[in-house]
Design a protein around this ligand. Structure first.
Ligand SMILES: *[C@@H]1O[C@H](CO)[C@@H](O)[C@H](O)[C@H]1NC(C)=O
Ligand SMILES: *[C@@H]1O[C@H](CO)[C@@H](O)[C@H](O)[C@H]1NC(C)=O
Ligand SMILES: *[C@@H]1O[C@H](CO)[C@@H](O)[C@H](O)[C@H]1NC(C)=O
Ligand SMILES: *[C@@H]1O[C@H](CO)[C@@H](O)[C@H](O)[C@H]1NC(C)=O
Ligand SMILES: *[C@@H]1O[C@H](CO)[C@@H](O)[C@H](O)[C@H]1NC(C)=O
Ligand SMILES: [Zn+2]
Length: 502
């Protein structure tokens, strides 16, 4: 009798244990990005296909950690990512908007390189760094030679030229022992590319191509940052900031007339943060004028450049308070591993200035109060996994703070920053890293759907336009589901779908 009672008690106690365990697990994942979404039948079928590919790849990584791609440097993992079934799936997902990228690193490296075959392009090497410029006939400050001639004269020139257009190297651990070396190279790359893309015909073709590559990656809308550099013609005519915005708009209109289902683009004026008060006053004048002239196209304002070395937001408060009357803000803040430094403190100023979104916000997980604020006030964090890895904030993307942000359901959008310079293209590579590197093994289609929804929700669009965008996105989403199911006997998902989807 006593034995029976004891056994029953043990069984009851252990039943409690398993119930508690299931509850704890469910409750832990109940905040994940996407956890509030309930999948339709069709979505569940598509999800099975996705998760078949994900489990296979994830579990292979668990068994053989050296094969897991988000743990490897992107220069090494890129070509393997392109073979991943999960990546191919993500490419097809209608991803909504691209919300953080920069004017001179928007296109694929291949396209940028191809631009160096254009006529009238000259090069000149100063301090082992290539400068590029288009001229009718070169003169002046440098020993300019036609790129075409340099290629002919010297067979190793082309390889050198290519190396100047990105930060890609064979051995990043050796070449970039710290953030200093990689940021130096990164800034030098901008300086080489600058004269190439600021030539008006190239400038417009380049922007068109940027839109095309995003469109091909199933992105419908973009908000990008830019310096509004002085764009030039061969005859010496140059364009001021208003003129440059005009060029963007002209190209955008061309693109939209060629691709009617592309939703649109907006611009965030983002000049250098390494300036004095006088220049910051000029920024206010320029930004205000641009907003008046192009109220719809100009989304807002930001400051760019190396955050650790440039001026922090706190040194521009009077200017930014003036600007806050007419502009939304999209500040880069805490793109750093250093807690409590000026870079990190940018988070406080960005939030106090009512920033609409935060660029990176990498350091925010060290500030519980700020985490609470961004969640309550719907200030989205623009998370760029690959950028943070190649610019040396983190090696293994499973250790990126994005993991906590995804698990905690924070307002996150996944962004690409400067894909040209590390050989990425569009948004899919970064989405892949977030899905495989940040998220749980169990995170599924609901996360991808929520990330797409977030990208529209946290955009600078007005409410009515947002609704329109959502409706268009939903149509694309449904078309996407149908296409996946139709092609679900394709080679990547073969065995899995035969068993699960009928
Ligand atoms: C670059 O040029 C090569 C050779 O002409 C061409 O095959 C390729 O499609 C071009 N790529 C892009 C992105 O324009
Ligand atoms: C060829 O170009 C490379 C890269 O610019 C340079 O290092 C090398 O000295 C050049 N060789 C000659 C013979 O000019
Ligand atoms: C310079 O070239 C541009 C583009 O071809 C042209 O629109 C402009 O009229 C030219 N200006 C002068 C002064 O020739
Ligand atoms: C602008 O002037 C204020 C007041 O003198 C100073 O605190 C701030 O650091 C200056 N900002 C910059 C960017 O030099
Ligand atoms: C930010 O928003 C709060 C609440 O709406 C407001 O009180 C404050 O003045 C705003 N700050 C700025 C700099 O616009
Ligand atoms: Zn950025």
């Amino acid at each position: 009798m006593a034995t029976i009672i004891i056994l029953t008690l043990i069984t009851l106690a252990s039943a409690d244990y398993w119930t508690d365990r299931a509850h704890l697990i469910a409750s832990d994942s109940s905040q994940n990005i996407g956890s509030s979404i309930v999948l339709s039948d069709k979505e569940r079928q598509v999800n099975n296909i996705l998760m078949g590919a994900k489990f296979k790849e994830y579990d292979q990584g668990f068994a053989n950690p050296e094969t897991f791609l988000p743990a490897q440097h992107f220069f090494k993992s890129k070509s393997k990512i392109e073979e991943s079934g999960v990546f191919k799936f993500i490419q097809k997902v209608p991803k909504g908007a691209s919300l953080h990228s920069h004017d001179s690193a928007l296109v694929s490296l291949e396209y940028l390189y191809n631009l160096t075959y254009r006529e009238n392009l000259y090069g000149c090497v100063v301090n082992q760094r290539l400068r590029l410029h288009f001229f009718d006939s070169a003169s002046g400050d440098c020993e300019w030679e036609l790129i075409q001639d340099l290629r002919k004269q010297n067979s190793s020139f082309d390889e050198y030229l290519r190396s100047q257009l990105s930060i890609i190297v064979d051995d990043p651990e050796k070449e970039y022992p710290s953030i200093t070396q990689v940021w130096n190279r990164f800034m030098q790359t901008f300086s080489t590319v600058f004269g190439l893309v600021a030539y008006r015909p190239v400038f417009q073709d380049y922007f068109y191509q940027a839109l095309k590559e995003l469109y091909d990656d199933n992105v419908m809308y973009i908000e990008f940052r830019g310096l509004l550099p002085e764009v030039y013609e061969l005859n010496g005519t140059t364009y001021d900031p208003e003129g440059v915005v005009g060029l963007y708009l002209e190209t955008l209109e061309d693109f939209k007339s060629d691709y009617a289902d592309f939703f649109g683009a907006r611009f965030i004026y983002a000049p250098s943060r390494s300036v004095n008060n006088k220049t910051a006053d000029d920024y206010v004048t320029t930004a205000t004028k641009l907003k008046t002239l192009f109220p719809d196209f100009i989304a807002g304002f930001d400051l760019v450049g190396p955050e650790d070395r440039g001026k922090p937001l706190v040194q521009f408060i009077p200017q930014l308070l003036r600007l806050s009357k007419s502009m939304k803000f999209f500040f880069h803040a805490a793109e750093t591993n250093w807690c409590g430094t000026t870079t990190d403190m940018n988070l406080f100023d960005a939030i106090l200035l009512n920033t609409t979104r935060i660029g990176h916000g990498y350091g925010i997980v060290k500030h519980p109060k700020l985490l609470k604020e961004v969640k309550e006030r719907h200030i989205a964090l623009e998370v760029s996994p690959i950028s943070n890895q190649v610019l040396k904030l983190v090696d293994d993307l499973r250790n990126h703070p994005g993991a906590l942000l995804v698990a905690g359901g924070f307002p996150v959008v996944i962004t690409c920053d400067d894909p040209t310079f590390w050989g990425a293209k569009g948004l899919s590579y970064d989405w892949y890293m977030a899905f495989m590197g940040f998220a749980s093994r169990e995170s599924d289609l609901r996360m991808l759907k929520q990330l797409a929804i977030n990208s529209l929700k946290y955009s600078a669009m007005e409410e009515e336009e947002k609704c329109d965008a959502f409706n268009k996105w939903e149509l694309m989403w449904n078309r996407f589901l149908d296409e996946v199911l139709k092609s679900s006997v394709s080679k990547y998902f073969d065995c899995y779908t035969v068993n699960r989807v009928r």
